[in-house]
Design a protein around this ligand. Structure first.
Ligand code: FAD
Length: 273
């Protein structure tokens, strides 16, 4: 979905064109952050573009299957994440230059791209959050073990009260976030993805933010070693930091949460005294 030339957190901005030509579609555009493209097993891309710029805002987009070996598909470069190369999964910048694919490659029908994206993104987001909680848990474990293994100023660093506070807060934050994640997953299982819209948005903001705080403290606990690649913490930080952007930046999810909250009080009359 994402394109370098437009603010792609608003997917209605997408500029890639998907134009019908007989029994084919012709695709022109430039994408980036196409995750997975670097993996040698990746053979097909799902590309979102516009089939009708005059349709209603959310009916202009369609999704289409594009084999990566089709003529006109060019991987321009692989994008590093804070200097880390994310191989083999890899995120790429990709040019689509007059790429022709059979009309049958269009998914679901013209104008239904947004609908597909909405259906897929919920389950994708909660999956990111579950992995993020695992990373937070691993960082907390590394932090505690390191603090227990080193002595500074006459006592174990773990016994300095500031670390007791940080460890206590980290455990509480992990448990709160895990419960919110479980609530979202339970609602998705029992009542469907749409009913868990609010919970998915909340967990998508909460999980990376608490994990980043814990990883940051684990880095601090490791001293200079924390920012090397020796303990895996710098890579964890880089990876989880991307989740405040990937699948929608925090602000867009908070906006959705706020709108649902405000809707509760629309026409509700004056506030209680
Ligand atoms: C590691 C990684 C993997 C990714 N994988 C994929 C992928 O596989 N496929 C794909 O299509 N995309 C992918 N993305 C792209 C990601 O989804 C986009 O970066 C994201 O949606 C933001 O779009 P943008 O980068 O164009 O930022 P912009 O839309 O330019 O937004 C920039 C900033 O503006 C602010 N902003 C935006 N809207 C609001 C608002 N309403 N209120 C307040 N502030 C706002 C936010 O701070 C936001 O970060 C990936 C990104 C990363 C980092």
């Amino acid at each position: 979905m994402t394109e370098p030339d437009v603010a792609s957190s608003d997917a209605t901005n997408i500029e890639t064109e998907i134009t019908r030509d007989g029994d084919h579609y012709v695709i022109n555009g430039r994408k980036w952050w196409s995750s997975g493209v670097g993996d040698p097993r990746c053979k097909v891309a799902i590309v979102m573009g516009k089939t009708d710029k005059n349709a209603e805002r959310h009916r202009q987009q369609s999704q289409i299957l594009v084999p990566l070996d089709a003529k006109g598909v060019k991987v321009v470069r692989m994008l590093p994440v804070f200097g880390f190369d994310d191989a083999p999964h890899g995120h790429a910048e990709v040019i689509l230059d007059n790429v022709r694919v059979p009309a049958d490659n269009l998914l679901l029908g013209e104008g239904r791209g947004f609908e597909i994206a909405q259906g897929r993104l919920g389950p994708g987001r909660i999956h990111h959050c579950m992995r993020t909680l695992g990373v937070a848990e691993a960082a907390l474990e590394k932090m505690v073990k390191r603090l227990q293994s080193r002595v500074a100023f006459g006592k174990r660093i773990s016994e300095q009260s500031v670390w007791e506070q940080r460890i206590g807060e980290a455990r509480t934050n992990i448990e709160m976030t895990r419960l919110l994640c479980l609530k979202a997953a339970d609602m998705m299982d029992k009542a469907g993805n749409k009913s868990a819209q609010l919970e998915i948005a909340m967990i998508k903001v909460a999980a990376p933010n608490i994990a980043l705080k814990i990883i940051d403290q684990a880095i601090q606990a490791h001293g200079g070693g924390g920012v090397t690649t020796d303990f895996g913490l710098a890579k964890s930080y880089a990876g989880i930091r991307t989740l405040r952007l990937a699948d929608g930046p925090d602000e867009v999810h908070n906006r959705a949460i706020a709108r649902l909250e405000m809707k509760r009080y629309t026409n509700a009359g004056p506030a209680l005294q």
